[in-house]
Design a binder for this molecule. Sequence first.
Ligand SMILES: *Cc1c(COP(=O)(O)O)cnc(C)c1O
Length: 347
Amino acid sequence: MIGLRSDTVTLPTADMRRYMLLAELGDDDRDGDPTTKKLERMVAACLGKEAALFFPSGVMANQASVRLLARSGTEVFIDADAHIATAEMGGVAEMTGAQLRLVAPSGSTMTAADLRAVMRLPAPHQIEPSLVIIENTHTGAGGVVVEPAEMAAIADVARAAKSHVHLDGARLWHASVASGHDLVEFAKHADTVMVDFSKALGAPIGAAVATTEARIPELWRIRKRFGGSMRQTGMLAAAAIYALERHIVRLADDHRTAQALAAQLSARQPNRARAPQTNIVLVDLPEGIDASRVASLAQARGVRVAPRTARQLRAVTHLGVSLADVMYAGDVLADAIDTEIVRAKQA
Ligand SMILES: *Cc1c(COP(=O)(O)O)cnc(C)c1O
C-alpha cells in the first residue's frame, strides 16, 4: 500500500529504532531527562530561541502555547483553515476560555492586510485581542509557505493590537527547506513556536514549543496541568534528535516527489492538482465527481489518499514513499478520476 493520506504515517527507520534504544534516560518531570534536555537545546538553537519544552503531541503543544499567551475572555485571531481552527476547534475555548476569530484569507493564507481588515480599533467597549496565530507551512492551503516578510507584517499588526504571536510550525521544517530561509527567519516573528517531530520525519511521537527562558516555568506548569509531563521521555526525544540530524535534509526529496505526483496526474488531468510548494498535493475534482469514490478506487489499486472535502483529495509525500510510488499513484488517480467521469456521464 502506498500511503499518501498524511505524513503522520511515517515509521521510525531501523537505525532510528536502534538510536532510541541507546538513549540515556532520566525522570523528565522530576529532574529532567538528559536526552530530552539535549533535544530541547537543539530545538531552541535551530529556532534561535532561548529555550524549548518537549510535548507528547503537536495539539497539546499548540494548546499550551495558547494558554500561555492568550487570556480568558479575549479574542484569538487565526486563518479560518488553520489546524487550530479546523482540527482543534473547541480546545482554545475549553483550555483557555478565549474565543477564536476566524479570518478568511483573501488568497491562499491569511495576510497582514486580511488581519488588519478584521481587527477592531481598541476601545473600552470592544473585545480585547490577545493572540494572533500563524500556521507555517499552511496545511489546509496545501503546504503553502508563509514568507518571513509576510510573517513580519502580521506580527506588526498583532503587536500594534498588543497581541502576542504563536507560530504553529508543525511543518516549519518544510517551509525552511522549500524556501531556503533559515528556521530563525520564521521563528523570530513569534513569541512561541511549535514544531512537530511526527510529521514526515519518522519519529513516532512528539512536538516542542520554543520560547524565552522566562516563559518556560509557566509553560512547564501548564504542560503539567494538561497531563503532558512525562518520565523517561529520552527514547522519544532520541527519535526526534535522530530525525533532526538525518531527516530534515531529505525533506527536499519529499517536495520533489510531491511535484512529480502533481505532474504525473496533470499530464492526464490538467489543472486538477495544485502545484505543490512542499509535500502536500491538493487535487480539485471536476463538478459531480465524489472524492471518496475516487479515493476508494485508488485504494483498491494500492494507493491511499485522503478525501478532504466532497470534491477535494489530498496526497502527502514523506520518507515512506519513493519517486516510483508517486508516478504509479499519479496514474492510478488519473484512472480513478476518468472512471468516475465516465460513470457520471452514464448516470
Ligand atoms: C498535525 C498538525 C498539528 C498537530 O500535531 P499532532 O502531533 O498530530 O498533535 C498541529 N498543527 C498542524 C499544522 C498540523 O499539521
